[in-house]
Design a binder for this molecule. Structure first.
Ligand code: NAD
Length: 300
């Protein structure tokens, strides 16, 4: 039974996730290279160690929540030298599928799970994240009670790497569907439609999707949308671009045809390069409104 947890990576997601584990009664020892992240976690009841090794020494479980695959693998290599056989080790970062599989292989004596999340910082604070799990059945069963205080939904997706695979598929579709929703509103504006009227049609007709119904890219129809607060994220465009790049790379590696995914990636690349990476990914609608002015061409 897991009682003590090391949490490595106490950033925007990791700190509130670790805090929810503290609230659930676990003893959580964290480590982050950034002093501000350590302080934020301390304020949430997380004990702070002065190294990865000190945090992970003797614990029942380790969770990593880091920016990219290179850091996850670097940290898991260090964990391999310190954790006891049978320790539960979970990575909740968003990384590439091959990176996730390589991480599993680094700890053959441990119970390993890739468990990326969707739900953003709001879900991390509220403990309502969706976890997508990859690993052996036994590992997924072991991870479930540890993830429950942080998650609303825990979805087993298959063997090692399957959690990351599902995450990349979901976020590729999300990027495409947000651009589609934004294009529909931009076209509607040019055709003289009120936002609310078009929303009332789209959200109840065959155009309905999460990007319209729950995260509408224009202000007004959905009060919780970032569009109502000048596109403060939410889910930043730079993070959407990261995920679309991972999806494109995965599609190339396994020779899947994802032309719309590649096009969405290019649009978000242009948007982020234009200096908007910090804005919510639904702000791509402003970029689409100005598309002709910037590109000087008709694309329809
Ligand atoms: P973040 O940059 O806020 O946090 C990452 C933390 O890792 C930072 O505090 C950083 O200092 C720390 N770190 C880096 N190297 C380290 C090391 N060697 N040892 C210990 N700590 C180290 O990022 P985030 O928003 O918390 O995202 C974390 C992961 O979750 C990413 O993979 C991201 O793609 C994914 N994700 C983020 C969101 C979101 O909305 N922010 C949503 C879903 C998934």
């Amino acid at each position: 039974m897991v009682r003590s947890i090391a949490f490595i990576g106490l950033g925007n997601m990791g700190a509130p996730m670790a805090g929810n584990l503290v609230k659930a009664g676990y003893t959580v020892t964290g480590f982050d290279v950034a002093p501000a992240a350590r302080q934020n976690a301390t304020d949430r009841g997380v004990l702070i160690a002065d190294s990865i090794e000190a945090a992970a020494d003797g614990v029942d479980a380790v969770i990593t929540m880091l920016p990219n695959a290179a850091l996850v693998l670097e940290v898991w290599i260090r964990l391999a030298a310190i954790v006891r056989p049978g320790t539960l080790v979970i990575d909740s970062s968003t990384i590439d599928v091959e990176g996730a599989r390589a991480a599993h292989r680094l700890l053959p004596g441990c119970v390993t799970v890739d468990a990326p999340v969707s739900g953003g910082t709001g879900g991390a604070e509220a403990g309502t994240l969706s976890f997508m799990l990859g690993g052996d059945i036994g590992a997924i069963d072991a991870a479930r009670p540890v993830l429950e205080p942080m998650g609303g939904r825990i979805i087993p997706c298959g063997t090692a790497g399957a959690g990351q695979a599902a995450k990349l598929c979901n976020n590729m579709l999300l990027g495409i569907s947000m651009i589609g929703a934004a294009e529909a509103f931009v076209l509607g504006e040019k055709l003289g439609l009120e936002h609310q009227a078009l929303f009332d049609v789209l959200s109840t007709s065959s155009g309905q999707c999460w990007s319209v119904n729950s995260y509408c890219p224009v202000p007004g129809p959905v009060s919780t949308s970032p569009a109502n607060r000048d596109y403060v994220p939410g889910f930043a465009s730079a993070l959407m671009l990261k995920d679309l790049r991972l999806a494109s790379q995965a599609a190339t590696d396994c020779t899947a045809a994802t032309p719309l995914g590649a096009h969405a990636r290019r649009l978000y690349e242009d948007f982020v390069v234009s200096g908007e990476g910090h804005r919510d990914f639904s702000a791509i609608i402003a970029f689409l409104r100005d598309y002709h002015a910037m590109h000087g061409e008709q694309t329809a």
